[in-house]
Design a binder for this molecule. Structure first.
Ligand SMILES: NC(=O)C1=CN([C@@H]2O[C@H](COP(=O)(O)OP(=O)(O)OC[C@H]3O[C@@H](n4cnc5c(N)ncnc54)[C@H](O)[C@@H]3O)[C@@H](O)[C@H]2O)C=CC1
Ligand SMILES: O=C([O-])CC(=O)C(=O)O
Length: 335
């Protein structure tokens, strides 16, 4: 029995994500919440012949509390997406407040749930959720995840394209570490399960790294004002959520990169800090999942000089993004 919840369920990501969750027999209850349209989305999904019982709520009549009651896994894609010319940080002004309010409701109603944050900028929204939970005395660093899976999915796809066989993409695994925006996205291509051709020119390697780092911009540009990645994000969010659900049901050895608080595994964090050359409160690295959430944070391992340079560029930007999230909650508390 698993109750999964989507906050922002009527949106571009929320709807296909809810569909994929409804399609998974491990999910037995599906709670959908949005400020618009959730009853319709829920009624539609509820006709699908899979086990999950679907309920959709709006803010009226304490709908958020009803949605969150009994939730074990909560996915948050609520908030505004980018338009061409915007960075993910440009979304902060609106999304920070949305995420803070949703986190406050989770802290009160479902403090033990696994919380998977999709709303951008993830590098800052995850610290916002953590700070809110700390204020309510319910922060468990093992249960909070920033969803960076889309970067991993893109890396698998683009590497398979270079290898000339898209059918490989389901098996290609490339750790993508750091955070989720621009230079903070660091693909460790030297650790790909399927090595790149040794003949790959440096310019082609650089172009591949750039495409993984700025894959989101490619979609924003193609949608031309219609938003950002939704379908690929729903796929990626569901992939990660299913791993979390399988882990909480007791399956061992499940590993995926995710942007987490380094408090979740102090000994793993110590090794990572040595590799990074600086302390960071949050970082995305390969995470081993367990019944309680983060079981282990893996170190980066052996890096090429090019990868070391990418990590060095990511660290100061991440430090800034993390502080922005922490400051937001501190300032909001002073008001
Ligand atoms: N982590 C990642 O890899 C990715 C993150 N994103 C981010 O996901 C977020 C959502 O993107 P889309 O689904 O395309 O946007 P969208 O605008 O299509 O959907 C967002 C939904 O959130 C709802 N919403 C707004 N305020 C809310 C509140 N207070 N409570 C509940 N729901 C609320 C809206 O009504 C809307 O239905 C954006 O911030 C986007 O940047 C997008 C792609 C990838
Ligand atoms: O680019 C965006 O704004 C949405 C996103 O995070 C992605 O597609 O990776």
């Amino acid at each position: 029995m698993v109750k999964a919840v989507v906050l922002g369920a009527a949106g571009g990501i929320g709807q296909p994500l809810a569909l994929l969750l409804k399609n998974n027999p491990l999910v037995t209850q599906l709670g959908l919440y949005d400020i618009v349209n959730t009853p319709g989305v829920a009624a539609d999904l509820s006709h699908i012949s899979t086990p999950a019982k679907v309920e959709g709520y709006l803010p009226a009549d304490d709908g958020l509390t009803k949605t969150l009651t009994g939730a074990e896994v909560i996915l948050i894609p609520a908030g505004v997406p980018r338009k061409p010319g915007m960075t993910r940080d440009d979304l902060f002004k609106i999304n920070a407040g949305i995420v803070k309010d949703l986190a406050t409701a989770i802290a009160k109603t479902a403090p033990k749930a696994f919380v998977l944050v999709i709303s951008n900028p993830v590098n800052s929204t995850v610290p916002i959720v953590a700070e809110v939970f700390k204020k309510h005395g319910v922060f468990d660093p093992k249960r909070l995840f920033g969803v960076t899976t889309l970067d991993v999915v893109r890396a698998s796809t683009f590497v398979s394209e270079i290898l000339g066989d898209l059918s490989l993409s389901k098996d290609v695994v490339v750790p993508v570490v750091g955070g989720h925006s621009g230079v903070t996205i660091v693909p460790l291509l030297s650790q790909s399960t399927h090595p790149l051709p040794s003949s790959l020119a440096k310019t082609d390697y650089d172009a591949l790294v750039n495409r993984i780092q700025f894959g989101g911009d490619e979609v924003v540009k193609a949608k031309n004002g219609g938003g950002s990645a939704t379908l690929s994000m729903a796929y990626a969010g569901a992939e990660f959520a299913f791993k979390v659900i399988r882990a909480l049901k007791g399956e061992k050895g499940l590993v995926a990169p995710s942007y987490v608080s380094l408090e979740a595994d102090p000994s793993g964090a110590a090794e990572l800090t040595k590799e990074l050359g600086q302390e960071l409160a949050y970082f995305s690295s390969n995470i081993e999942l367990g019944t309680d959430g983060v079981a282990k944070i893996s170190p980066l391992g052996t890096l090429t000089d090019a990868e070391k340079a990418l990590v060095s560029a990511a660290v100061p930007e991440l430090a800034k993004n993390i502080q922005t999230g922490i400051n937001f909650v501190a300032e909001a508390s002073r008001l």
